[in-house]
Design a binder for this molecule. Structure first.
Ligand SMILES: *[C@@H]1O[C@H](CO)[C@@H](O)[C@H](O)[C@H]1NC(C)=O
Ligand SMILES: *[C@@H]1O[C@H](CO)[C@@H](O)[C@H](O)[C@H]1NC(C)=O
Ligand SMILES: *[C@@H]1O[C@H](CO)[C@@H](O)[C@H](O)[C@H]1NC(C)=O
Ligand SMILES: *[C@@H]1O[C@H](CO)[C@@H](O)[C@H](O)[C@H]1NC(C)=O
Ligand SMILES: *[C@@H]1O[C@H](CO)[C@@H](O)[C@H](O)[C@H]1NC(C)=O
Ligand SMILES: *[C@@H]1O[C@H](CO)[C@@H](O)[C@H](O)[C@H]1NC(C)=O
Length: 775
């Protein structure tokens, strides 16, 4: 409002903008006090009093406060400037003050982010369709929920809501708790204050958002139904992937925490409030498919890592997505060892689409094409300058009745851009050629068939040779086929290790299905999330680590319901040590895109194996103290560590004088990021199988250039002895730097296979004197 009066004078305008800027330099900060104060009202008052010390009045302080975190830990978020933040840091009792960041949801689609998710029925573990899950609550941190979706109807004969549940189903815009919540959807809250501080008040007149737990995006409905959706018969997307849809734990309860808004932006201040409530409400599992892009911040500056630590201390498993920044190395997110980080891989389903050129040449691509299309095929250059299929290259030459052949390589065009361009040109369809050898289908705004470079090249040559004539193309309706190998294959977009924050902890931990996942979708939102798409669907395909994360959350809910006393570390261990490291043909799992063999940096311990994870035989367990030692070894000070943990009143923490590497953290995988000389690592395994006798024998695959010995080689578990430690000695045998080598340690009793991936980077140099003598 001030700018307009200076419009005529540039210099003044500049000054006024500068003034406006400095007047608005307040940002959302999270002020963290660590210890939980018992009385909630006292805690809130304490927060206001504390904040008043940097304001002229208590009233101003009260206005600036956004959330008072008071259930599971103490702290608050407030809109303050950097001077105030710095002052607060120096106040006794304040553990840390950090700026609230914006997190993004982890779907692959760049436009209006949509995902692709396929229905777990056909592909996953029918035997798990048990009555299990009934006694567990999964908390979903996402864009909310579409409560009318059949996935959130009650399953038959559900028990009453667990008596330990303290959550709420809150009233809001188009969200009536009396009709929205039931024995399935038992909690629904929304967190908007942090988001509004960053982006201004939510205007529900111009966006389709709801000021309530209702999902205006689709992502939250999709992930929730993947984790815990009830069984729904005859789900499909226009007939594709027809089958019974259900979540991993179809009888588990759902509690929705809406922290992400509009296109999937989530404020850390809101996220921390959701952790505070969810822990207090009594969830058993938290599923969160978001993160902020690299570089990674220290654990004490990230609300999700802090929230996850508190959750872990209360026995709650936290499952995060790894991010969609692959396939380049070192971009994996959400790397805290007390949470589980999930990468994405494919399932064994394809949607082949046959094409016929001039009734003679046959090609196959991937699509969700529903009808028989007969049209003229034209090269991109007839409609787009330079053959670059982008709206800004359109020649204004309509392609009505034609199918356009586009190459991603011409102008580095993304498929979404090409679809929009073809749509603007009024084309009948698009054939999109891209470099990965295997194409994965997605939901499109116009009929789009994905083909690989070899077929695309043939089509292109045929087209250019018959330039003077017309090339007819027939495109036939796509088919749904299953049991297609290779599968699983690691998704190209799935973020890869090594872990850039703590390289001695392998991340991602595990992969799960995250390509072409069919799950529930709000009928009010088009399947492509675009306004030009007029379709309304109840089920939609999405892809992303956002989709693989809730698969794991569902499986964790099942394990939790069978083994309620297992710690989050034990459950993660069960997932990891039983994961598949081979595909359905018993070959090494490959990486999509490059078609090369995957490594532990792509798949972590491997692809999730839900049935085996229920009965892993042995687990690598950990307690909060183990993670505190990890934080010490990370070089954090006691004050920094106190920002992350909940300290029981009256207790203190100490770090050993000499920090060591983190290779001794009792993690289910072993990573040595710099092996300079012989190192011995300790691991402790705990018997959790019901068998009366348990004798485990080790087998080892040594990484190249490293000698591995394990002692003892045999573990005898008895009634009196349920935990046994063993030692792994690694000796470098080569002069090498910067090269990672991979091996494994497997314990087996003949029934259970307890596998840990082993990643070693030998870091040795030739002794210069010795080499001179040798010459
Ligand atoms: C920060 O806010 C305080 C209190 O409103 C004010 O006195 C101070 O000048 C501000 N500092 C900056 C750098 O804006
Ligand atoms: C939204 O629309 C209503 C009715 O047209 C109007 O009264 C209200 O002021 C609008 N709100 C905003 C934030 O524009
Ligand atoms: C777009 O294509 C449709 C048929 O596919 C046709 O009816 C329509 O006239 C075309 N529009 C323009 C502007 O060319
Ligand atoms: C195109 O090909 C058909 C059949 O091969 C032929 O009959 C027709 O004359 C050709 N048209 C042109 C313009 O070359
Ligand atoms: C490799 O070893 C050298 C010392 O020999 C050390 O300075 C360097 O940091 C090590 N590299 C890694 C990746 O740890
Ligand atoms: C292993 O642990 C399970 C459960 O903790 C117990 O039932 C079983 O007897 C134990 N086996 C041995 C050999 O101690």
């Amino acid at each position: 409002m001030m700018v307009s009066s200076y419009h005529s004078f540039l210099g003044m305008a500049f000054i006024s903008l500068y003034l406006i800027h400095s007047a608005y330099t307040s940002d959302v900060y999270i002020v963290y006090l660590g210890n939980n104060v018992q009385d909630h009202i006292l805690t809130s008052n304490y927060h206001v009093n504390l904040l008043s010390s940097v304001f002229s009045s208590q009233e101003d302080a009260r206005r600036s406060i956004i959330y008072s975190y008071k259930h599971s830990f103490s702290g608050f978020s407030a809109k303050i400037n950097s001077t105030q933040a710095a002052t607060l840091t120096r106040i006794k009792g304040v553990m840390s003050v950090f700026k609230s960041q914006i997190l993004m949801l982890h779907t692959t689609r760049s436009w209006d982010f949509m995902g692709l998710n396929l229905d777990p029925t056909v592909d996953q573990a029918d035997p798990l369709q048990m009555t299990y899950g009934d006694n567990t609550v999964v908390g979903l941190f996402d864009t909310g929920v579409w409560p009318e979706s059949k996935s959130f109807h009650e399953e038959p004969n559900m028990h009453p809501i667990p008596s330990t549940w303290r959550g709420e189903c809150v009233q809001g815009q188009d969200f009536d708790p009396r009709t929205a919540c039931n024995l399935k959807l038992i909690g629904a809250r929304y967190y908007l204050k942090g988001y509004e501080q960053e982006y201004g008040p939510l205007n529900t007149n111009v966006t389709s958002e709801y000021r309530s737990p209702r999902d205006a995006n689709g992502h939250g409905t999709h992930t929730a139904s993947t984790a815990v959706g009830s069984t729904v018969k005859a789900a499909s997307f226009f007939g594709f992937a027809q089958g019974t849809a259900r979540g991993g734990a179809p009888r588990a309860r759902l509690a929705v925490y809406k922290v992400c808004w509009e296109e999937g932006k989530c404020s850390e201040a809101d996220t921390l409030a959701a952790f505070d409530d969810a822990i207090h409400d009594g969830v058993n599992v938290i599923s969160a498919s978001f993160g902020s892009p690299p570089p990674l911040l220290p654990f004490y500056d990230r609300s999700s890592d802090i929230g996850a630590f508190h959750a872990m201390q209360k026995g709650i498993s936290v499952i995060f997505s790894a991010g969609n920044n692959g396939p380049d190395p070192s971009l994996v997110l959400n790397v805290a060892p007390w949470a589980t980080c999930v990468g994405a891989s494919s399932i064994d389903r394809n949607f082949p689409t046959q094409m016929l050129l001039d009734n003679s040449l046959s090609f196959t691509g991937e699509s969700f094409n529903t009808k028989h299309i007969e049209a003229n095929l034209v090269a991109a250059r007839s409609h787009f300058r330079g053959g670059i299929c982008r709206v800004d290259r359109w020649r204004n030459n309509r392609a009505t009745g034609r199918v356009i052949l586009c190459f991603s390589t011409q102008g580095g065009v993304q498929i979404e851009e090409a679809e929009v361009a073809a749509y603007i040109a009024n084309a009948t369809g698009l054939i999109f050629v891209d470099s990965p050898t295997r194409q994965y289908v997605d939901v499109d705004i116009i009929p789009t068939i994905r083909v690989d470079m070899i077929q695309g090249t043939k089509m292109n040559i045929y087209l250019s040779q018959s330039l003077i004539n017309v090339t007819k193309v027939h495109i036939f309706p796509s088919k749904t086929v299953i049991k297609q190998s290779p599968a699983p294959v690691v998704a190209e977009f799935s973020s890869r290790g090594p872990n850039s924050l703590s390289p001695d902890i392998l991340k991602p931990d595990i992969t799960a299905p995250g390509i072409g996942i069919l799950a529930a979708w709000p009928p009010a939102i088009s399947p492509t999330s675009t306004s030009i798409d007029q379709r309304s669907v109840e089920w939609n395909f999405l892809s992303g680590t956002s989709m693989s994360c809730p698969h794991v959350s569902g499986v964790v809910a099942l394990i939790k319901s069978v083994h309620p006393d297992w710690s989050p570390a034990a459950i993660k261990s069960a997932l990891m040590t039983t994961a598949h490291n081979r595909d359905m043909n018993h070959d090494t799992i490959i990486s999509s895109g490059t078609n090369e063999e995957s490594t532990a940096f792509d798949i972590g311990a491997g692809h999730i194996n839900p049935l085996k994870a229920m009965d892993p035989g042995l687990v690598y367990d950990m307690k909060p103290d183990d993670y505190i030692l990890f934080l010490c070894n990370n070089g954090y000070t006691i004050d920094q560590i106190k920002r992350i943990i909940t300290l029981t009143p009256g207790t203190t923490i100490t770090c050993p004088k000499q920090p060591t590497t983190n290779t001794n953290l009792n993690y289910p995988s072993i990573t040595v990021s710099s092996l300079q000389s012989t190192v011995t690592i300790k691991r402790t395994v705990k018997n959790v199988s019901g068998k009366k006798t348990a004798i485990y024998i080790a087998s080892i695959v040594s990484p190249h250039g490293v000698v591995i010995t394990v002692w003892p080689r045999i573990l005898f578990f008895t009634y009196y002895n349920d935990e046994i430690s063993y030692y792994v000695t690694l000796t470098p045998q080569k002069v090498s730097q910067g090269r990672y080598d991979y091996g494994e340690i497997v314990w087996s009793d003949g029934f259970h296979t307890v596998r840990s991936p082993l990643v070693v980077c030998v870091n040795t140099t030739t002794n210069i004197h010795e080499s001179f003598q040798a010459i």
